[in-house]
Structures are given as C-alpha cells and as structure tokens.
Design a binder for this molecule. Structure first.
Ligand code: PMP
Length: 357
C-alpha cells in the first residue's frame, strides 16, 4: 500500500504501540488517586507535559491535556463566547463552526489563525496577524495541529496566547491532544465537573493515550523530524507536483509550494471528480483523500478550496496527497504509474468539458 493520507491521521509509530501496550498493564490506575499506582500514572503524565513544554518552549502549567485538537479549539472559542472572533476562512471546522455559533461583539477580540492549513498546507500565521491582534488589545490563538513535528515551533517566539495540538498527526494515538494557554490569560473550561488539570479540564486522565503522545513526542525530538520533512519529504512532494503538472493534462496545483508545509500537496484535475479519483487510486492500493476527511460524506465542496479558488469545479476535482516520514521515491513512481491513466479514463467518460486542451 502507498499511504499518502498522513494529514488525516498517521499510523501509530512502533515506539508508540510498545509504550501504550506497556502502559495498559503498568499505568492503569486513576492518575488523580492518592495511592501509589495513581502517583505512578500521574508521574508519566507529568513527564509528557515536560516533554511537550520543552518542544514548544512553554511552561508546565501552560499545558492542558485534552481529547484532541477539536476539543482544544472548541475550548478556546468557548472561552471567548460572545466576543468578536476573527479567523482565517481556511480554519478547521472546529474553529469555523464554533466561532459562528458562539461569537459576538464583546471585546477583547480573539484572532484564530492556524499555522498551516490541513487541506492545502498553506502557511497562514504571519507576524502581522499576531501584531495586529496584540496592538488591538486582542488575543491570538493558533491551531498547530498540522505543524507539530513538521516545523520547529516555539510558542514564545511566535508570541502566541493559545495554541492547539493533536497526537495522531505525529504517529501518536487518536483522542489525545493539548492546549497551550499563556500564563494569566482568560480561560473557561469546556468540560467541568472534575478537578483534573487544575480544574481546567474535567474527566479521568487518559493515561495510556498521554503515554502514547509522549512516545510520539520523543520520536519527534530525537529525530528532529522537522529537518527530515524540510529536506527529504519536501523533495518528494515537489517531485510529485512537478510530474503531475508535466504528465497529466488539465492538472493544476492548489498548494503554493513556496508557502506551505513540506508534506502536503493538493492538486486538481479538470473534468475528473475527486471522489472517483480517490476510489480508483484506492483500488490500486494508493491511499489519498479529497480535501478534508472531516468533511467527507458532505457533498458541499471544500470550504478551503472554495475560499482559495472560488471555483466549485476545481474544488470537486481536487486530491490531497499528504506525506509521512516513511514515504519514498518508489511511492511517487507508483502514483505516477497509476494516476495519469485514472485521470485519462475519467476525463474520457466525463460530461464536463475540459477547459484546457
Ligand atoms: N485542526 C486541524 C488543522 C486538523 O487537521 C485536525 C484533524 N483533521 C483537527 C483540528 C482535529 O483534530 P482532532 O482529530 O485531534 O480532533
């Protein structure tokens, strides 16, 4: 199988599987309990907090463990309920939908700009946005989900007030994430009714999941994965982009190769429908996605591609290839053996006229 859907989720790293397997037997106790097994569990959670804090340059009590990026995003937006909320139109649904439901006109304003978009990889968090938020007396939140491990992140250098993380995009388990909240800033828990995380997030600690997150973070730090992404993976991604444009008539890129994460490539294929391309590739063992997996089953074109291109046809004919550290040149060869034939077949049977010939 050629797996090119790492931005949707990444397979568990072997180190993560081993750590979680051990944890299930050793660290089963409720981490809030005062007995010895409880303390042992809590120590592992605190080790993970130290590791994440070190990786992103935060203080320990600035990190709250959550069930993932959606929860972290919802928590920040809920904190600013009835406030003015300014976001980029390319944000994840967990920001866009909650801002729509909860926003108002109270000040201070919350700005939410993701570091990098999950569908096209575009880098969205600029120094100007951060400055604007602060000079206007507002706060800046950034969803760092896709950026973690792909670029070096320093929440202090970025001057962020809030930041979102998820474990499953870096080889950790689904259902674990974190929220960075700069010391002393407004915070309203989303889940109340428990004193965990210093009363900031109720619910029994997901010790095994957090230990899995720990193993994935260790892998990121040990291998300085951002360097590998920026060299090996960027090269692979760029080769695929170049070959698609050269070898497939009617193809175009939705990703700006010079202003994107190194592991995401989104391309459109005239007169070929994204879902059909995906299914034909799947039948050949090539796993990709159309736009965002979170929106699949939804027949509306991707809000990201619509915001970028304003063109429903381009959005409906798009495919996202997202790379992980295991991908090789062989994978590109396989894609380029199959993809041109799939597109050709779909274009021939299409009722949609190709615009360029
Ligand atoms: N934000 C971004 C940018 C994402 O890519 C995703 C995952 N598609 C999420 C949030 C949601 O993450 P989680 O699955 O951890 O809730």
């Amino acid at each position: 199988m050629v797996y090119l859907d790492y931005a949707a989720t990444s397979p568990l790293l072997p180190e993560v599987i081993k750590a979680m397997h051990e944890a299930e037997q050793k660290y089963f106790a409720n981490a809030s309990a005062l007995h010895t097994p409880g303390h042992l569990s809590m120590n592992k959670i605190e080790e993970t907090r130290e590791l994440l804090a070190k990786l992103i340059n935060a203080d320990l009590d600035e990190i709250i463990f959550t069930s993932g990026a959606s929860e972290s995003n919802n928590t920040v937006i809920r904190t600013f309920e009835n406030h003015e909320i300014i976001t980029s139109p390319l944000e994840h649904h967990s920001i866009i939908e909650s801002a729509k439901e909860l926003g108002g006109n109270k000040k201070p304003t919350l700005y939410s700009y993701m570091y990098a978009n999950n569908e096209i990889g575009e880098l969205l968090l600029t120094e100007d946005i951060v400055k604007e938020a602060h000079t206007k007396g507002g706060y800046i939140h950034s969803d760092l989900t896709q950026a973690l491990g792909k670029v070096q992140l320093d929440v202090k250098a970025l001057d962020l007030d809030y930041a979102t993380f998820s474990a499953h995009k870096i080889g950790g388990p689904i259902g674990v994430g974190a929220l960075y909240v700069r010391k002393g800033l407004p915070f309203k828990p989303l889940i109340i009714g428990g004193n965990q995380e210093k009363h900031r997030r109720g619910s029994t600690y997901n010790t095994v999941g957090i230990i899995g997150f720990d193993a994935a973070l260790k892998y990121v730090l040990k291998n300085e994965t951002w360097k590998v992404y920026n060299t090996k993976i960027r090269k692979l991604r760029d080769i695929l982009a170049e070959r698609i444009l050269a070898e497939i008539p009617g193809s175009s890129l939705n990703t700006d190769l010079n202003n994107s994460l190194p592991n995401i490539l989104n391309a459109s294929f005239e007169a070929a429908e994204g879902e059909s391309i995906q299914l034909y590739l799947d039948a050949e063992g090539i796993i990709v996605s159309t736009g965002s997996a979170c929106a699949s089953g939804d027949i509306k074109p991707s809000h990201v591609l619509m915001a970028k291109t304003g063109d429903a046809e381009v959005a409906h004919s798009s495919i996202r290839f997202s790379f992980g550290l295991d991908n090789t040149e062989k994978d590109i060869e396989k894609v380029m053996e199959v993809l041109p034939k799939v597109i050709d077949r779909l274009q021939k049977i299409s009722t949609v006229e190709r615009r360029t010939k």
